[in-house]
Unconditional design. Sequence first.
Length: 232
Amino acid sequence: MRLKISLLSLMLIFTLIGCSNNSDSVGYDPEATFVQDLEAGLEEIPVGEKSDSLTAFLQFIREEEKLARDVYINSYDLWKMPVFDRISHSEQRHMDALERLLVRYEIEDPVGENGIGEFTEPLLQDLYNELTTKSSDSLIAALLVGAEIEEIDILDILEALENFDNEDVQFVLTRLLQGSYHHLNAYVRVLARSGIDYQPLYLTADQYEEIIANGDSRRSKGRGKRHGKRWH
């Protein structure tokens, strides 16, 4: 069903576009030293033990971060909302961080030379097509898709942090998790300013409230809701 939005909501949203040009704006990404901190940290951490499950996870989440980046690039092209542009650049840094882990563990990169909207994993290819179609319905729909993607990223990273104890993997994923918390907050704030009270689809109420209350400063605990639309 196509989302229906009022004229007032549209006016509020497009007002945000004009006031999103400084570092205090919704969607500002504070990861200014992400790459430097990552490289410096990994230099001090030995490579952990490689397993088939770790290999499969790192390949999947590398493409999952690409999915987020590509959907947001598409949404920015459609709606010119700065929040999509800023977060897509952050997702690129997350992709680069995961590529660094793939190199460390001598794992084949599933992204390769694939362009925007091209995926090795069929599930992610189908999902990209579905989410970009949904995002084309309206600006509100695109923002809701952004929040949905970040919820899934958060839960997948939390699950991986429980399952993989490699110090270097923990180091990278913890930083990606902080970024996803910030991104979810950014989308929720934009939606709130347009009169939309976002309700989590996959996170539990307690997880969601903790993330929104604490921004990107705290690691949420527990598992999310079981839901058929989880990517995997």
